[in-house]
Design a protein around this ligand. Structure first.
Ligand SMILES: [Zn+2]
Ligand SMILES: [Zn+2]
Length: 126
């Protein structure tokens, strides 16, 4: 265990006010947030039919001070799940905008996969 891990366990998440989940992220101003909130936020935005990110770089920002948090600072697990959310969200968006129809199976697979991954992250975070 590194000193980094010890610090994480003592800190409260600025979003849910609970002790931070094992997978959490700190911005350069010291704000600590469970990684899952970033996933939930992205998912919620896509569900409204909007793009969760304004550009292809997929920059995520601190909930409190809006400073950029580079992707490499998030865990591999987080980034993998985020990829699924983005893939699924973009499918929905394109369908809505163009009227194109993806196969139900394609869409369901992407959706199921992302739901499952988020559930796993929430379980491991408690
Ligand atoms: Zn939290
Ligand atoms: Zn911050």
């Amino acid at each position: 265990m590194t000193s980094d891990d010890l610090t994480k366990n003592e800190l409260e998440c600025v979003v849910c006010m609970e002790p931070c989940a094992e997978l959490s992220i700190m911005c350069c101003n010291g704000h600590m947030v469970c990684e899952k909130h970033y996933l939930q936020r992205a998912k919620a935005i896509y569900e409204e039919g909007r793009s969760a990110f304004s550009n292809k770089e997929n920059v995520q920002r601190c909930f409190l001070c809006r400073t950029d948090i580079p992707t490499y600072k998030f865990s591999d697990k987080h980034n993998k799940i985020m990829d699924v959310i983005i893939a699924d969200g973009e499918i929905k968006k394109v369908e809505k905008e163009t009227g194109a129809v993806f196969s139900t199976e394609e869409r369901n697979n992407a959706y199921k996969h992302s739901l499952q991954q988020i559930k796993e992250l929430q379980i491991s975070g408690h």
